[in-house]
Design a protein around this ligand. Structure first.
Ligand code: PSU
Ligand code: MN
Length: 317
């Protein structure tokens, strides 16, 4: 396969892709900006192990010394986790600047989708996606993740979106841009810490093979863009809705008072909500990411089976 000159694919990942075995991409902003050290590194390594245990090869995505990377070793993950918020948060717009300066960066959902697609990886597991922020009518704060989902052929398995966002407007935006939201074994849009929100997904599918079939159909007919696969946090690890809502309201008030905006806004909210809820929200966060890794692996396994059946279609993917 011809690869991008700026991209380094880890040898194990490259071999899996060449042999058409399932690969699951993982983002790195969740490591550097989404969780505290050392739980961030431990979780990243556990997620990789979970993906292997479910029959796929993990590819953690980041930028390292100016190189796009699909697949990191332990030392690379450790570095991103230890340096934490000192690591630049890289979305689509930031990629060329970090590369040209030879720097390292933690990739958001948007940037991870870009790099995964360059590497030929179609399934990506994370915690939560960015979206339309509350108050966006004034702030215009809409995550670049949503535009990426509109144009890049990667399925993102997540636990929905945190209600730091305006979930209703996030769904409207995705609809406008032709991005389907699939609920795995649920009709309700999950809200990250809770398995349900007040909103509905577009399609409920109960079997990873059905999800893979929709991905395969979409991309085989040449439709651009990705797919959101929303996987509810297991009930045993969910948080009480009133408690998480109260923390989010308080963090939003503080963000407003302190004039937090732009790319700082999501990391500020994530850190503040997790402080306000203590260790409980971190435990929930870790469990839902592991849960997403398992589902993403199952989808990747099914997707590769379909690609194996139809070489002509998969060659265009
Ligand atoms: N939401 C979470 N956890 C996260 C993020 C969002 O619940 O770690 C991170 C992801 O990397 C996501 C990014 O792509 O924040 C979105 O940032 P922004 O809103 O600035 O686009
Ligand atoms: Mn933003």
């Amino acid at each position: 396969m011809q690869t991008n000159p700026y991209l380094d694919i880890d040898p194990e990942v490259a071999q899996a892709l060449a042999e058409r075995r399932p690969v699951v991409a993982l983002e790195s902003t969740i490591i550097s900006h989404g969780m505290p050290y050392p739980q961030n590194v431990q979780t990243a390594l556990r997620v990789e192990a979970e993906i292997r245990a479910h029959g796929a090869v993990p590819a953690t995505v980041a930028i390292v010394n100016g190189r796009l990377r699909a697949g990191l070793d332990r030392a690379g993950i450790e570095l991103l986790g230890r340096d934490g918020r000192a690591v630049p948060k890289v979305s689509r717009r930031d990629i060329p600047f970090i590369v040209a300066a030879g720097q390292s960066g933690a990739t958001t959902v948007a940037a991870t989708m870009v790099i995964a697609a360059l590497a030929g990886i179609r399934v990506f597991a994370t915690g939560g996606i960015g979206g339309v922020h509350r108050g966006a009518a004034q702030s215009f704060d809409v995550s670049a993740d949503l535009q990426e989902l509109a144009q890049t052929q990667v399925a993102v398995v997540c636990a929905g979106a945190k209600s730091i966002l305006d979930l209703r407007l996030t769904l409207e935006y995705l609809e406008t841009h032709g991005v389907p939201v699939v609920g795995y074994r649920t009709h309700a849009l999950p809200a990250f810490y809770t398995p349900e929100s007040d909103f509905k997904v577009d399609y409920r599918l109960d079997d990873p093979a059905r999800i893979a079939a929709a991905m395969f159909a979409k991309w085989s007919m040449g439709l651009k863009g990705g797919m959101v696969v929303a996987n509810p946090v297991p009930a045993a690890f969910a948080m009480p809705r009133a408690r998480i809502d109260a923390a989010i309201e308080q963090a939003l008030r503080e963000a407003g008072q302190q004039g937090v905006n732009g790319k700082q806004s999501t990391p500020f909210m994530l850190a503040r909500v997790s402080e306000l809820t203590g260790g409980d929200s971190l435990a929930t966060n870790i469990e839902l990411v592991l849960n997403n890794a398992r589902l993403a692996s199952a989808i990747a396994v099914q997707y590769q089976r379909l690609c194996g059946y139809d070489d002509a279609a998969s060659a265009t993917h």
